[in-house]
Design a protein around this ligand. Structure first.
Ligand code: PLP
Length: 365
């Protein structure tokens, strides 16, 4: 992707927004953060938005606000970015994995109830690559077994499930604004949203050293510094106005890929009837993905293998005692998947070049 292109397109709005923060010198919890949080509220149709320092911190703050901690278990997917499970470890709880649905690469809702114990406090579905997880059955299990639902929306800002934006379906939605995300800051940043105003207020306090700020140096909740920087908030506020248009463009590009790649010997991204995918990544699957990466590289097309080591096999999570073979669908996805270039500013000529290179690979073999 080319972030410079995106910056040039909105520089006229970004530069004055940054200058305003600099002129005011209110870098911490200043007006830029408040404005962005207010606009998140509008974007998420009434849910309350709270800025935090990153997507990883969003997950930690969410789990802390829900009281998840030592001795608790949290069910999630092994096919995701490391931070999903690491956040559970950071609050002293234990991630419990279940396999993915091979069709969507998201958590398989049918497997959740089988691992629920009296210690299970929450489930973290991840809307991976921009595709919403199948939320209805997940919410149904959560209701039945009294579990909190923390949506990991790091890759899915603006995606929706049955007409509702992801992040507003469970108790809390956690978002990353890492620069390469669909809504990316100029550094690390993130935010949480919740339709429960009291829960949002707790998160707002936790990310600011547990203080509600009405009374300085009074810390009612256990918290730490996970605040969103004002400079990042100013950038995100400008970009938030464009996110739906950028996502629409991503969907257009994805739809062209899916049209022209139909019939090639690879699995294309699923969309599902109830979900609007925002294509943070366009991920295909083929057993020959290494050869395809090499073929594309020789033609100056960058492609990336996402999460080659599933979380249950990560060295740093060895204490969880999982082994190879525990989650066959996740292991298969990790072996075979590959993201090809897709970003809103991509030109038709660039997309043509990618398409030609991919087709050539399958024609030759
Ligand atoms: C699914 C998922 N969860 C969590 C995170 C963590 O976000 P951040 O990098 O902003 O800490 C990411 C970011 O890469 C992610 O993709």
């Amino acid at each position: 992707m080319d972030l410079v292109r995106q910056y040039r397109a909105i520089q006229r709005e970004i530069d004055p927004a940054l200058r305003e923060v600099i002129e005011r010198q209110q870098f911490i919890q200043g007006p830029a953060v408040k404005r962005f949080e207010k606009n998140l509220g509008t974007y998420f149709e009434g849910a309350v938005g709270v800025g935090v320092a990153s997507g990883s911190e969003a997950l930690v703050v969410a789990l802390m606000a829900l009281g998840v901690g030592s001795g608790d278990e949290v069910v999630t997917t092994p096919h995701t970015f490391y931070a999903t499970a690491a956040s559970v470890m950071r609050v002293g709880a234990k991630p419990v994995f279940v396999d993915i649905d091979p069709a969507t690469m998201n958590i398989d809702p049918a497997l959740i109830e089988g691992v629920v114990t009296p210690r299970t406090k929450a489930v973290i579905p991840v809307h991976l690559y921009g595709l919403p997880a199948d939320m209805d059955p997940i919410l149904a299990v959560a209701r039945r077994r009294r579990l909190h639902v923390v949506e990991d929306c790091a890759q899915a800002v603006g995606a929706s499930y049955k007409g509702k934006k992801v992040g507003t379906l469970g108790d809390i939605g956690c978002f990353s604004a890492y620069p390469a995300k669909n809504l990316g800051a100029f550094g690390d940043a993130g935010f949480v949203v919740s339709t429960d105003a009291a829960l949002a207020a707790r998160m707002s306090q936790i990310r600011d050293n547990g203080s509600a700020r009405e009374e300085k140096y009074r810390h009612e909740l256990f918290g730490y510094n996970a605040r969103l920087d004002s400079i990042q908030a100013a950038v995100l506020d400008v970009k938030l106005r464009r996110i739906d248009a950028w996502n629409a463009r991503r969907r257009e590009i994805a739809s062209r890929y899916s049209e022209v790649f139909a019939g090639l010997d690879m699995v294309l991204p699923a969309e599902g009837k109830s979900a609007t995918h925002v294509f943070h990544l366009y991920v295909v699957r083929t057993p020959r993905c290494d050869a395809l990466v090499a073929h594309l590289k020789a033609r100056e097309v960058e492609s990336r293998h996402y999460y080659p080591i599933p979380l249950h096999l990560q060295e740093s999570l060895r204490s969880l005692s999982y082994k190879a073979g525990d989650f066959p669908a996740a292991e298969e996805a990790a072996r075979t998947n590959l993201a090809i270039p897709l970003f809103p500013e991509m030109t038709q000529a660039e997309q043509d070049h990618v398409i030609k290179a991919v087709r050539e690979f399958f024609k030759r073999s």
